[in-house]
Write a protein that binds this ligand. Sequence first.
Ligand SMILES: [Zn+2]
Length: 125
Amino acid sequence: MHEMSIAMAVVDQVAEAAQAGAARSVSRVELEIGELAGVVPDALAFSFQLACTATPLEGAELVTHPVTARARCASCTGEWAVGMPPELRCPDCGKADAVELLAGRELRIRRVVWEDAREPIPEEA
Ligand SMILES: [Zn+2]
């Protein structure tokens, strides 16, 4: 399952940082997830709970921030919300060959809230 490997990667990364900072436990993990990242939030939340078992993240809350997918057309410089299923043809000039994806594939840790740490966890890893 796609979400399980993502959850395990996130937990690994946060657990390592928690250990490095001597944090006793992690109370919250916030993720930014792009519309086009192909992640099902419910499946990720479920996988996250499993992946946290027996780690400093056990019992941590997972907060996901959806990121709207946006694209830009290099021909006419128009910008639009890509939506789902993704619309990758410029709504202004109809071209699809000069389209740049500005946002929507994010999958990153925005913030980690932890306890008893010496140093704050870096905002982005
Ligand atoms: Zn255009």
